[in-house]
Write a protein that binds this ligand. Structure first.
Ligand code: PEP
Length: 295
């Protein structure tokens, strides 16, 4: 696994109209400009140690607006990317209320969140459905040569954590989410490496795993950084042992704020964060970004 990158992602969930997203992003880009980040000119990097990719996942109804504003601020196009909060695995048809990969790619989404715990537990998304979505994303990227990168959410609830089975549970969630790809992706691949075929492992270009313990989401009680580090290291090891992933990142989600971002980001295997509540205010999310990349 190579080319590690820092990712600071905002999940707006079911918040903000397209008008509110416009106001939010205008305010956010203004702050970015004031920070005067110019990664090409090292002399301008006053307090910035590294540059993180910033991802916004607004509601579907605001994707068009967000896409336009990112285009208006094209100087930050390499830094700021769009994600959808979901996709459906079929490409088109009679699936009322769903959204296709083509539809979100039309707004230049580079990422899509898949298997968020709110979709798993409130909307009853099954492991099987999540696995089909993951496969659809990999398959789309392979066929169209247009990148779409899944942000696969995994994480245990409090009972599982207390029972000491969090690691097994997360490993199983990962395997289930990748199972459909494992069974179908290899057979479609051309020039498949014999070694991969022997091990029956799939070759994936890029995957972001968001480790989001359910008990930490929206509770104001994030994981202890040391415990987060243990789980992230475990996820890396599990993926490394069982899959071939060219670029893999493991980010943390669950009550991340400007107050705790620094200690989380100090951990070697925490590559970034997925932020819900604290991303809704542009100043607060901007501070999270700034603290994540500052010395
Ligand atoms: C989330 O739901 O992805 C999340 C991380 O939420 P919050 O930051 O509000 O805990």
């Amino acid at each position: 696994m190579t080319d590690k990158k820092i990712i600071i992602a905002a999940n707006f969930k079911m918040n903000k109209t397209h008008v509110e997203v416009r106001a939010y992003l205008n305010s956010f880009f203004k702050k970015l400009k004031e920070l005067n980040i110019n990664i090409n000119d090292k002399s301008d990097e006053k307090c910035i140690e590294t540059v993180a990719e910033i991802i916004f996942a607004p509601p579907f109804t605001a994707l068009n607006e967000a896409y336009n504003i990112i285009k208006e601020n094209i100087e930050f196009g390499h830094l700021v990317k769009l994600a959808s909060q979901n996709i459906y695995f079929e490409s088109a048809g009679a699936y009322t209320g769903e959204i296709s990969i083509e539809m979100i790619k039309a707004f230049d989404c580079l990422y899509t969140i898949i298997g968020h715990s709110e979709r798993r537990w409130i909307l009853n998304e099954s492991d099987d459905l999540i696995a089909k979505k993951i496969f659809a994303v990999f398959n789309y990227s392979k066929k169209k040569d247009l990148s779409l990168i899944p942000i696969l959410c995994v994480g245990e609830n409090l009972d599982i954590r207390k029972s000491g089975k969090a690691f097994d549970f997360v490993a199983e969630q990962l395997d289930r989410a990748l199972s459909y790809s494992k069974n179908n992706l290899n057979s479609n691949m051309q020039n498949i490496d014999d070694k991969l075929m022997d091990k029956n492992i799939i070759e994936i270009d890029e995957l972001i795993v968001a480790y989001e313990p359910i008990w930490a989401i929206g509770t104001g009680a994030p994981i202890e950084p040391e415990d987060g580090e243990k789980m992230h290291k475990f996820i890396y090891k599990h993926l490394n042992n069982n899959y071939s992933i060219k670029n893999c990142s493991v980010i943390y989600g669950g009550s991340v704020t400007e107050k705790n971002i620094n200690t989380l980001m100090k951990k070697e295997h925490i590559d970034g964060v997925l932020v819900g509540g604290a991303s809704l205010d542009p100043q607060s999310f901007f501070n999270i970004y700034k603290f994540a990349v500052s010395k």
